[in-house]
Ligand binder design. Structure first.
Ligand SMILES: *Cc1c(COP(=O)(O)O)cnc(C)c1O
Length: 397
């Protein structure tokens, strides 16, 4: 199989597997136990914490281990909201195309009386620090903007947004799940107060992630229980998974430059090949995007059929996000950048990793062309478009 769904999840790296498996065997103690087997686990946990903190420019005690990106997003936003509420500040700024872990948390807060401003991301899927600055009010308690979008790959000007928030005294959170391990992060230099990471997006294990919260930001517990994670996240830590995550993150960060060059070249080859398909359009900005992200809409096509036929040809791809697939609603991300329903339905996301090869990319270009051509040949909508009965939405350049 040709795996082009790395934005949904990645295959664990050999390094991460080795680190995690040796930990399963050797570091089985409970880090909260006082005996030596427990203390050995506590030490391994601390090492992982230091490794991860060092890689993002944070201090070890600013790192909280979570069950992944969703939990980290929930905890960051709820914590900032509770802190704001105490000061009578109940306004939050975000964007219309965040991950559902952010948007659904914001919906919940809205029902509790918070006011949410969702910034327009425009046709390219980008916002500016200026937009954020204009939206900040005296009662704003949080700005939460994703680092890189999981569907269309656009990268936001995080350091600038952080600078604006810092100047205005507003807490700034970024969902960096798609960025971590792929783009260099530094919470200090980039003025980030809170940041979410998930291991399975950078060749680490699933079900484990990190919430970074700058010193002084009191986190709200989502899970009550023991005093793990400085009392902010109860439950015995999954030490082997955390060790696997630290190993994967270290490896990914060390390889960022090499992998980036390689993956970007594959991405541009793929984009250039697919662009040749008539009445197709690239979603997101052509340059301000993740190295591994390719996302297209094709007129007259159903995303679902496209995926099934590509799967038959040995290609794993995605339409919208993993969470949207299976429902009939088109992707909220594509709607946010102004794609109409019909067009948003015909989308294809191909997300690459450094393991992909040029041969795989060339095969994929050929396969996508064949499948799109076949689906159009049996589509009544396409027939109407070609005969002029209906007007094309995606015009030819
Ligand atoms: C995958 C993803 C998440 C969710 O992370 P999990 O670890 O799967 O809970 C959140 N935000 C973004 C941008 C993602 O891509």
């Amino acid at each position: 199989m040709i795996y082009l769904d790395n934005a949904a999840t990645t295959k664990m790296s050999e390094t991460a597997i080795k680190a995690m498996f040796s930990a399963v065997n050797e570091v089985y103690g409970n880090p909260s136990s006082l005996h030596s087997v427990g203390q050995k686990a506590a030490e391994a946990l601390q090492n992982a914490r230091e490794t991860i903190a060092g890689l993002i420019g944070a201090k070890p005690n600013e790192i909280t281990f979570t069950s992944g990106g969703s939990e980290a997003d929930n905890q960051a936003i709820i914590s900032a909201a509770r802190l704001g509420e105490k000061k009578g500040k109940k306004h939050i700024i975000s964007t219309a195309f965040e991950h559902h872990a952010v948007l659904h948390t914001l919906n919940r807060l809205e029902k509790q009386g918070f006011e949410i401003t969702l910034l327009d991301v425009g046709e390219k899927g980008l916002i500016t620090a200026d937009q954020v600055e204009k939206a900040i009010r005296p009662d704003t308690c949080l700005v939460t903007v994703m680092y890189a979008n999981n569907e269309i790959g656009t990268i936001q000007p995080i350091a600038e947004i952080g600078a604006v928030c810092r100047e205005k005294g507003v807490t700034f959170h970024t969902d960096a799940v798609q960025a971590a391990g792929h783009i260099k992060l530094n919470v200090t230099e980039q003025n980030i107060d809170m940041l979410s990471i998930s291991a399975h997006k950078f060749h680490g294990p699933k079900g484990v992630g990190v919430l970074y919260a700058k010193r002084g930001i009191a986190l709200t517990n989502l899970i009550d229980g023991g005093a793990q994670e400085r009392g902010k996240r109860a439950g015995t830590e999954d030490v082997p998974a955390i060790i696997g995550m630290a190993a994967a993150f270290k490896e990914a960060c060390e390889n960022i430059e090499n992998d980036s060059l390689k993956v970007r070249a594959l991405r541009d080859r793929l984009i250039s090949g697919i662009s040749k398909i008539p009445h197709s359009i690239l979603n997101g900005d052509p340059t301000q995007r993740l190295d591994g992200n390719v996302n297209f809409c094709f007129e007259g096509i159903e995303g679902e059929s496209l995926l099934l036929l590509l799967d038959d040809k040995g290609i794993c791809a995605s339409s919208g996000s993993a969470c949207t697939s299976g429902s009939l609603d088109p992707s909220h991300v594509l709607l946010a950048i102004g794609r109409v329903h019909d067009i948003a339905h015909g989308s294809l996301r191909l997300s690459l990793s450094a393991e992909n090869t040029e041969e795989e990319i060339d095969y994929t270009i050929k396969a996508v062309r064949e499948v799109v051509e076949y689906l159009r040949s049996i589509s009544p909508i396409w027939r109407d478009l070609v005969s002029g009965k209906k007007e094309f939405v995606i015009k030819e350049a």
